[in-house]
Design a protein. Structure first.
Length: 293
């Protein structure tokens, strides 16, 4: 969650007009909560640090809580679908059946996004969400700063439900964010995909697949092909392979990375869109794929 603070204004000049109202700015949504406060770091309009870091201000402010929403991709999705259909008619048949509706998750910093990815690894969604909520609560309902995560005692992190391995992974993430290995959001937007993969996979517990999901669903990069993803491998087989109709799908039918890479050359520079459609092929086959955030 992000918190935006705006100086005191008459009600009719405030976004949302009243406490609890939801308003939109661009593709993001916000909820207003009016209260006099004396806590804000004056060098930034976004507060995502623990409360005790804030500097005192002598005037009341209104808080606006950003509601994690979804936003459209920045690239031309219609052009991507048209060019993919032209370069690969079989994929084009799938594109004709399903409109492109992929949305990106509201952007966190790479540190915050990877923190959540580490927590969610190998856990059911509800269990991971509960651990994340406890962690944020322990740091004042906000994502902790890397410095604070490093300083937090193990007992505090373990009490949130983190395993010893994930505690070590989060500490390594924090350390590599401080030393610049994990870039800021502003910096990562300017980096090429491969450099992002190389830098982020230096973090303990972060593999190529995790970074590819961040590239596709957070940064909105258009040309990422996660060849090790189960859904992509299954969707590829369902779309392009001649599978026996009398036999239920099993792991032996999954496409190989080399098969996907070879055909994927046709899909450049829109391989993220092609991947999304391979996930949709699994949905059409009868079992919806749960895509990562």
């Amino acid at each position: 969650m992000k918190i935006f603070l705006c100086p005191e204004l008459p009600w009719n000049q405030r976004p949302g007009h009243q406490p609890g109202a939801i308003f939109a700015s661009g593709t993001a949504q916000y909820r207003s909560l009016h209260r006099p406060i004396l806590a804000f770091r004056p060098h930034s309009t976004i507060c995502n640090r623990s409360r005790h870091l804030y500097r005192l201000l002598p005037v009341p402010y209104t808080l606006y809580f950003m509601i994690d929403g979804r936003r459209a991709v920045r690239y031309d999705a219609a052009l991507a679908c048209r060019q993919l259909a032209e370069s690969d008619p079989k994929l084009g048949h799938l594109i004709q059946r399903v409109p492109f509706t992929m949305k990106l998750k509201s952007q966190h910093s790479p540190f915050e996004a990877l923190l959540e990815s580490i927590i969610y690894q190998q856990l059911h969604g509800k269990a991971a969400a509960a651990i994340l909520k406890r962690l944020l609560t322990a740091f004042g309902e906000l994502h902790p700063a890397p410095e604070h995560l490093l300083q937090a005692p193990d007992d505090m992190l373990r009490a949130c439900g983190l395993s010893a391995a994930k505690t070590k992974a989060l500490r390594d993430l924090a350390a590599k964010t401080i030393d610049g290995t994990v870039p800021t959001l502003t910096r990562i937007r300017r980096l090429p995909d491969q450099e992002i993969v190389e830098r982020l996979t230096e973090v303990r517990g972060i593999g190529v697949w995790t970074v590819q999901m961040l590239l596709i669903f957070r940064l909105g990069r258009p040309d990422v092909l996660p060849v090790t993803d189960y859904g992509v491998r299954k969707g590829f087989a369902l779309t392009f392979a001649r599978l026996p109709k009398s036999k239920p799908f099993d792991a032996s039918m999954l496409a190989t990375a080399s098969q996907i890479l070879r055909r994927g050359e046709k899909w450049r520079p829109w391989r993220s869109v092609a991947s999304w459609y391979l996930w949709r092929a699994c949905d059409l086959a009868g079992k919806a794929m749960v895509l990562p955030d």
